[in-house]
Design a protein around this ligand. Sequence first.
Ligand code: 6PG
Ligand code: NI
Length: 179
Amino acid sequence: MDPFSLRLNLNSGDVKGNNLIVESKTLFDLRYSIQNQKALTKLLKNKKDIEVYTVSTCEPGHTAAHLTIHVTRLKPGKIGEEFFFTKGHIHKKPTAEWYLGISGTGLLLLWNKNKHLVLPFSRGDLIYIPPGWAHRTINVGDEDLVFLSCHRSDAGYDYDFVVEKGAPKRILASDKELF
Ligand code: 6PG
Ligand code: NI
């Protein structure tokens, strides 16, 4: 494989290049993680669905020798009192991940068997997620929250872990002390 480059606009958060796959997640995709089902029904009234975030991914290879990067763009918004969030996962293989905030105002919720942390996450914050820590991002601002992440390409994803056990913390508009 030859080296290659992508282009990330650090102001807009837009990423361009070959080898990029863009996927989107909607409120429907998040439905089992949303506690306030009444608020969800209200939001979706007269709408087919609402996009909550997109993830642009470049995965040069699928083995442990490669590194995958993603740029996530998480929209601002709330379901009732709860801010828009990413589904959240733990990596199947206990591998680490780096997060870099590009724009917007967010929080990163991190948890393992014993404890959870909520870290402020905005432009310039570089956060190291050690192996074995589940993670979810929350947009607590009025603009898109854009961030880059990088992990070993064979890490794999476990989403059921989060859906079945639930996240240890929900971030509500009233949680003002956190942001
Ligand atoms: C990853 C990163 C990150 C994450 C997205 C969407 O491992 O790829 O943690 O890119 O996948 O922000 O979040 P969900 O994968 O939880 O939907
Ligand atoms: Ni991850």
